[in-house]
Ligand binder design. Structure first.
Ligand SMILES: NC(=O)c1ccc[n+]([C@@H]2O[C@H](COP(=O)([O-])OP(=O)(O)OC[C@H]3O[C@@H](n4cnc5c(N)ncnc54)[C@H](OP(=O)(O)O)[C@@H]3O)[C@@H](O)[C@H]2O)c1
Length: 265
């Protein structure tokens, strides 16, 4: 398989690293297109670095577009004249619809994906939708590539990428916010910073694994931690009074609405 990655920032580099780590592509078959003059030596070790979008793109089975959405307008015309019909274009740009990609790239076989930040360490989740039916080989290629950065989920409806963006795309930031707030609360109660940090982070890690291993719903797990008249119940009385569940739901709905606005659909 030959792959080109256009734009090697956080995500482009993460993709290059994952593909190489899992042996999905040979160094000489990975074309990395950058804009900056200074190139990270790690990037140089992953693939062939180029500063121009040129004919070498035409030899690739998959072309990944990992530039910011605002750079799409510059990148698309350069790619449009070079793409062959049997190539798969995989875009991870937030908010750029399949219809727009197909129009601007003058290309049918387009996949639009929404990864998230943990993809940078191989623990991401990426939902994707396709413009036209991909053949078996192309579908396997895309799944294999996305799975190397974590897990991949196929969506029947492109419109579902908006709630996906709100849940898993923005989700890491909600998690970091909760972690930060809990650490700060611990500090406020007099704990040493290293103690508060360790307690909160290990609690998050342990709770995640408990949820994965125990055959119980989040609701049942909450009840298992909570005893009548105890500390957790006291905490939940405050969370309910502050309507935390409703606030989080509204936040996710707002993110989904914003994703819809940004994609102009
Ligand atoms: N980061 C996330 O968690 C996340 C999650 C979901 C989706 N995404 C999507 O992933 C895409 C990339 O995000 P990112 O966080 O990796 O952004 P980033 O770190 O800013 O990377 C984008 C890279 O594209 C390069 N670039 C721009 N125009 C170019 C061109 N004409 N030719 C070659 N390279 C070019 C930029 O170069 P310069 O260094 O010169 O600017 C930069 O290195 C975005 O569209 C975003 O919507 C990101």
């Amino acid at each position: 398989m030959k792959i080109a990655i256009v734009g090697c920032g956080n995500m482009g580099q993460a993709y290059a690293r994952s593909f190489r780590r899992y042996g999905l592509v040979k160094r000489e078959d990975l074309l990395l297109i950058v804009r900056r003059d200074q190139v990270d030596p790690d990037l140089d070790r992953s693939g062939t670095v180029s500063r121009v979008i040129d004919g070498s793109i035409s030899g690739c089975d998959v072309v990944i577009i990992a530039v910011k959405p605002q750079d799409h307008a510059t990148v698309a015309p350069a790619l449009a004249s070079l793409l062959r019909p049997d190539q798969v274009v995989l875009s991870i740009m937030a908010g750029i619809t399949i219809a727009r990609l197909q129009r601007d790239l003058v290309h049918r076989t387009v996949v639009r994906a929404m990864p998230n930040a943990p993809a940078q360490i191989g623990l991401g989740i990426t939902a994707y939708a396709t413009g036209t039916e991909l053949n078996m080989r192309q579908t396997l290629m895309v799944e294999q590539l996305l799975n190397s950065t974590g897990r991949a989920v196929h969506l029947e409806h492109e419109g579902h990428l908006d709630p996906v963006t709100a849940l898993s795309g923005s989700g890491p930031a909600y998690f970091f916010h909760i972690v930060r707030t809990m650490i700060e609360a611990g500090l406020g109660l007099g704990l040493e910073p290293h103690v508060a940090n360790a307690l909160v982070k290990q609690t998050m890690l342990g709770s995640y694994h408990l949820m994965e291993h125990a055959d119980r719903s989040p609701d049942e797990l909450i009840k298992a931690v909570m005893s009548k008249g105890g500390t957790t119940e006291a905490a939940f009385r405050v969370l309910e009074a502050g309507r935390m569940a409703e606030t989080l739901t509204q936040a996710i709905e707002a993110a989904s609405r914003r994703a819809t606005e940004l994609s102009g659909s």
